[in-house]
Design a protein around this ligand. Structure first.
Ligand SMILES: NC(=O)c1ccc[n+]([C@@H]2O[C@H](COP(=O)([O-])OP(=O)(O)OC[C@H]3O[C@@H](n4cnc5c(N)ncnc54)[C@H](OP(=O)(O)O)[C@@H]3O)[C@@H](O)[C@H]2O)c1
Length: 339
């Protein structure tokens, strides 16, 4: 098999495609011939040496794949050889062959392409988990989605559209506004030229949001919390502000830490607001929950309610270019790698 190796931390040129023998599935595992693998911000940060959960280098990262099942371990009952599936891999997904536990494998609808299958698990599970497991978004609610034209942002906007009369605000650069609108963003905000909190206050009045999805972190968590109405929730699920230009400087860390809001349970009780944290990578042990969410997403796809937007497809040999593309923030929606 082939895999994209992060040989050491550094610029995209540290990536190398290497050959190794195909793995065999152990009991309860499924082997998949990968046709497409998703590339995430986390994996770019793993290459930069800025992702705390990443394995030690040299390593192969990758959280999600789509492909065809070609071998089964003992005791696998629900999956057959030849099935078209999407799957979650806790690293190792940027490879042409993977083995995964049966519980992390989802049958793909007939109409779903392999590229779409690889684009779905991380982005849509994260968005679904925040919108429907952590918070139960209800008709008429108002939601702020940061990084709205990225993979998770697109998924969150589409999923908000599955609930009646939800109003969405989304931050993204101006050239991505049309894209964001097309995926369900009612009010795109160019956060580079306007203060999003001011725009939202001007539109709605003070403290009117029901939900803020924030992977920016630091001072933005504080700004988001202050926009919430009573019963509102801030979901923190990343700290992209920590990473500027692919480097973590001490100055940046200190300034980000200084901007962190320090809220006690007492304050949240008095405010009637809540803060929740989400890290899907740390829910690997919650197989049944993630499976339920994954199956719900496949059903929404079949009903035509969600559709991953695959921005660009790069071959494994072009992995460095794929990392550069995502890192530069040029992507709208998902970047996919194909063996
Ligand atoms: N906790 C979890 O389980 C989980 C799961 C998945 C992802 N995440 C996190 O969610 C975030 C979004 O992931 P994604 O895959 O959707 O990203 P993505 O597709 O790469 O989109 C990122 C976009 O966000 C915008 N952006 C705004 N501020 C940014 C900043 N400070 N740094 C970098 N980009 C910024 C950029 O677009 P503009 O042109 O609009 O600026 C960029 O293109 C990441 O921080 C990721 O680590 C967390």
């Amino acid at each position: 098999m082939q895999a994209i190796w992060i040989t050491k931390h550094g610029a995209p040129k540290v990536l190398e495609v290497r050959e190794s023998p195909d793995p065999d599935p152990a009991a309860g595992e499924v082997r998949i011939r990968v046709r497409a693998a998703g590339l995430n911000f986390a994996e770019v940060m793993a290459r930069q040496g800025l992702y705390p959960d990443a394995p030690k280098t040299p390593c192969v990262v990758g959280y999600e794949v789509a492909g065809e099942v070609d071998a089964l371990g003992e005791g696998v009952s629900d999956v057959k050889v030849g099935d078209r599936v999407a799957a979650m891999t806790r690293f190792g997904g940027h490879a042409s062959v993977v083995v995964v536990p049966e519980a992390r494998v989802f049958a793909m609808p007939e109409s779903m392409s392999f590229e779409e299958g690889a684009a779905l698990p991380v982005n849509y599970l994260t968005a679904y988990h925040m919108l429907f497991e952590i918070k139960r978004v209800r008709p008429g609610e108002k939601v702020l989605v940061h990084m709205a034209a990225g993979g998770v942002g697109t998924a969150a906007l589409q999923l908000c559209r599955t609930v009646d009369d939800v109003t969405t605000y989304g931050t993204c650069s101006a050239k991505k506004h049309e894209y964001a609108r097309g995926h369900g963003c009612d009010h795109p905000i160019d956060y580079r030229s306007e203060d999003y909190a001011e725009v939202i206050r001007r539109d709605l009045g003070d403290k009117q949001l029901d939900l803020v999805l924030d992977a920016l972190g630091g001072r933005d968590w504080k700004k988001g919390y202050e926009l919430l109405r009573s019963t509102g929730t801030l979901v923190a699920f990343g700290w992209a502000n920590m990473n500027v230009g692919g480097k973590r400087s001490l100055l940046r860390v200190v300034s980000q830490m200084a901007g962190l809001p320090r809220y006690t349970p007492m304050k949240m009780m008095q405010d009637n607001r809540s803060i929740a944290g989400v890290n899907m990578g740390h829910l690997w042990h919650e197989g049944a929950m993630v499976r339920r969410e994954g199956l719900a997403l496949m059903k929404l796809y079949e009903e035509g309610k969600i559709k991953p937007h695959v921005d660009r497809v790069f071959s494994f040999a072009e992995a460095a270019a794929a990392h550069e593309y995502l890192e530069s923030g040029k992507n709208v929606g998902k970047v996919v790698l194909t063996p």
